[in-house]
Design a protein. Structure first.
Length: 341
């Protein structure tokens, strides 16, 4: 009887050991991948890195999301956005990009030159689409507009005719002989534009006076340094200055100095004129690129960098009055008038 009981106990213990082993093996098995029949949708993770918040860049981000939605990538459904704002800090752009790589996002949308450069520094594998970049070639993002990088492409906000139209208007129509330009020398896109403005101004018979700043807190002081030295002020698509544009506008209004800018959103905030386009549309163009990449229709290396699809010279009548520039009726032939929202 004792032998039988011992034998039974041994068999029972062995059985429990086997069951325990099977349980552990099952627990260590990897989770099954969702199948087409499982009803689960694939969710794409998109990292959005934006250099600073201001109307133009904000509009580009909204345009990007709109194009993605129309292409079937709906936030909260099959796409998750991780939006990060670098607050105009170059170091932050690299940290954000590195974090996106660590999070293994499926695509990075880089809004403005510093953000795009940092994204490319962080990865040569994850697809990157950029926008609001003035000189993609000079910034080292692509070899040429028609030769994007292995994992990067996007849109540029530097229409070849845009700056020329504005500078010619400042000299020929506003009668300026000296043009003050305020910018952040730390932004590569701004350095490119300053060189363009100098060349265009010289051809038109005018000279350029520079005011370089490093942070948005220095914008007002930089603008004030131009008072009494220039006939007009031009602000390029410099993210640091544009983020504090109200400081420039305040000085321009109080000192009656005509202010001109590099894009339409800034013109609407209180500058006299700009030759530009809607940044929402530019972001929308970029979103269509991203959708093609995520769908597998094209690789980033197969999509050329695109220019803005349209260009308009627009004049803000209220700003002209505030800054002492008489609006001429014949300007209707060369520009559109902006009367406020």
């Amino acid at each position: 009887m004792k032998k039988s009981l011992k034998a039974f106990s041994f068999i029972l213990a062995a059985g429990l050991l086997v069951l325990s082993g099977c349980g552990k093996e099952a627990a260590n098995e990897p989770a099954k991948e969702p199948t087409a029949d499982s009803g689960e949708k694939e969710t794409f993770k998109i990292g959005i890195t934006q250099f600073v918040e201001h109307p133009s860049l904000d509009a580009a981000t909204e345009g990007f999301k709109k194009a993605m939605e129309e292409a079937g990538f709906k936030e909260g459904d099959n796409v998750e956005y991780n939006f990060q704002n670098a607050q105009a800090d170059m170091n932050n752009t690299q940290t954000i990009a590195n974090n996106f790589v660590g999070d293994k996002v499926d695509l990075i949308f880089a809004n403005a030159t510093p953000s795009a450069v940092s994204a490319l520094n962080a990865t040569k594998d994850i697809p990157i689409v950029f926008t609001s970049v003035t000189d993609p070639v000079g910034a080292g993002l692509v070899e040429a507009l028609d030769k994007p990088g292995e994992n990067i492409t996007g849109t540029t906000d530097n229409h070849p005719d845009g700056t020329a139209k504005t500078i010619n208007f400042i000299v020929e129509e506003a009668g300026a002989k000296t043009i003050g330009i305020i910018y952040n020398a730390g932004e590569q896109n701004s350095e490119v534009q300053v060189a363009q403005v100098k060349e265009l101004a010289e051809k038109a018979g005018a000279t350029v006076v520079e005011a370089s700043i490093s942070t948005s807190a220095e914008v007002r002081q930089g603008t004030e340094s131009l008072v009494g030295r220039v006939d007009a002020i031009y602000v390029p698509t410099d993210n640091t200055v544009v983020s504090a544009l109200e400081s420039v506008i305040a000085v321009a209004n109080s000192e009656k100095i005509p202010l001109f800018v590099g894009e339409l959103d800034s013109m609407k905030r209180g500058a006299i004129a700009a030759s530009g386009f809607d940044y929402f549309d530019l972001g929308y163009q970029t979103g269509k690129m991203a959708a093609d990449i995520l769908k597998g229709n094209k690789k980033a290396s197969e999509i050329p960098v695109e220019l803005p699809s349209s260009l308009t010279l627009m004049i803000n009548k209220k700003a002209a009055e505030a800054q002492g520039l008489e609006v001429k009726q014949e300007w209707e032939k060369i520009a559109e008038f902006f009367d406020g929202e």
